[in-house]
Design a protein around this ligand. Structure first.
Ligand SMILES: *[C@@H]1O[C@H](CO)[C@@H](O)[C@H](O)[C@H]1NC(C)=O
Ligand SMILES: *[C@@H]1O[C@H](CO)[C@@H](O)[C@H](O)[C@H]1NC(C)=O
Length: 343
């Protein structure tokens, strides 16, 4: 290494300690004219080429905590979401109809085969840290890509030279995983002795996150149980993320449950707020719950045997109640006295 290369390296290393770490697997942007160090959502960002700076300049890294999903001592990925600078989400159906895919798993595998520079550890990391709670990684990844990945302007195909099929998809997921591994929430909490199996205050969790990353996060719950932690970023130099204060502190109560991840997959807790009164047109009067037997009149009616606890439900099938079961890992939840669903 020549001396000037070394000193450039040292300067860059010093800069990256105080600002954003350059991401691994970064998109090598062919636009030589990218102005350096302009931050997305700052004054002047508007005039910068969309391959140099994301047009959706606020990026949210969302990591989730679900029992049975992923390693016991790791948060797993929900997504990396490009938002408008004021915090609004991109279009619900993504930003590029031509790149809406339903086969992202295959595209990633194909890309990894074609590019000898990629590591097989990447795919393992996808299945470990970005797994789906309903067991369909391809569907989960395809959704995240189509809705969010297509809105990342810096990885549009024309930003790569030469153009390589599916490099956009690969770059989206590899950058997101790299950002996740640089922002290990489990470790941030553990550093302040906040461990699963406890009931921490949200403010103690915020303090732990701030101690590690310099800013607070958006912490969300479902029925008082920790579900998701979101970190907010601006971007510079195409793919360097600078963490910023979150736009919201989340929706958790003051004291929450940070559950131990058990071995079995349990769905996010549901707390159904009844919006419609219990129906009075149930097949045989009002049916609270419990196993139903004998004749029934409303074909298709479903009743949980033990809502939220068991996966069994009774279903009215051609005039008779029959016992059914939600598929493995799911539980039965009652919506009304004669409608239930598995989650
Ligand atoms: C896989 O994940 C680990 C842990 O986050 C990380 O240290 C490693 O660099 C990742 N490897 C690849 C190829 O993404
Ligand atoms: C988190 O909670 C906020 C309310 O503070 C809500 O607006 C947001 O949609 C939630 N985010 C997720 C990912 O559920």
């Amino acid at each position: 290494m020549k001396l000037d290369t070394i000193s450039t390296f040292l300067v860059m290393a010093a800069v990256s300690v105080v600002s954003a770490l350059p991401l691994q697997n970064s998109a090598l942007n062919p636009h030589a004219t990218c102005p350096a160090n302009i931050l997305s959502c700052s004054l002047g960002a508007d005039n910068v080429d969309s391959c140099c700076l994301p047009t959706y300049g606020l990026v949210v890294l969302s990591q989730q905590w679900y029992s049975g999903l992923g390693p016991r001592e790791e948060f797993t990925m929900h997504g990396l979401w490009p938002d408008t600078c004021s915090g609004d989400q991109g279009p619900w159906n993504g930003c590029d109809p031509g790149r809406i895919y339903d086969d992202v798993e295959m595209r990633l595998q194909k890309y990894l085969q074609d590019d000898p520079g990629t590591s097989s550890a990447f795919f393992k990391n996808m299945t470990t840290y970005w797994s789906s709670y309903n067991d369909d990684n391809n569907k989960f990844w395809s959704h995240e890509w189509s809705k969010h990945g297509t809105c990342v302007s810096t990885i549009e195909p024309q930003c790569f030279s030469p153009k390589v099929p599916n490099k956009d998809v690969y770059t989206y997921f590899s950058s997101a995983l790299a950002l996740r591994s640089q922002h290990n929430i489990y470790q941030a909490l553990a550093a302040k002795k906040i461990y699963p199996g406890s009931n921490p205050t949200v403010s103690s969790m915020q303090d732990a996150i701030e101690a590690q990353f310099g800013v607070k996060a958006e912490i969300n719950c479902t029925c008082g149980v920790l579900s998701e932690i979101m970190l907010y970023f601006h971007v510079k130099n195409a793919d360097q993320y600078e963490i910023i204060a979150p736009h919201s502190h989340g929706d958790c109560p003051d004291i929450i449950s940070y559950p131990v991840k058990s071995g079995s997959l349990s769905p996010p807790p549901h707390c159904h707020k009844r919006t419609t009164p219990p129906t009075t047109t149930s097949p045989s009067g009002s049916i609270p719950s419990g196993r139903q037997t004998g004749p029934c009149t409303t074909t298709g009616a479903m009743v949980c045997v033990d809502p939220g606890i068991s996966n069994q439900y009774s279903k009215c099938n051609q005039g008779l109640w029959v016992l059914n079961q939600c598929r493995s890992g799911l539980l039965c939840y009652s919506d009304t006295t004669t409608a239930a669903h598995c989650a």
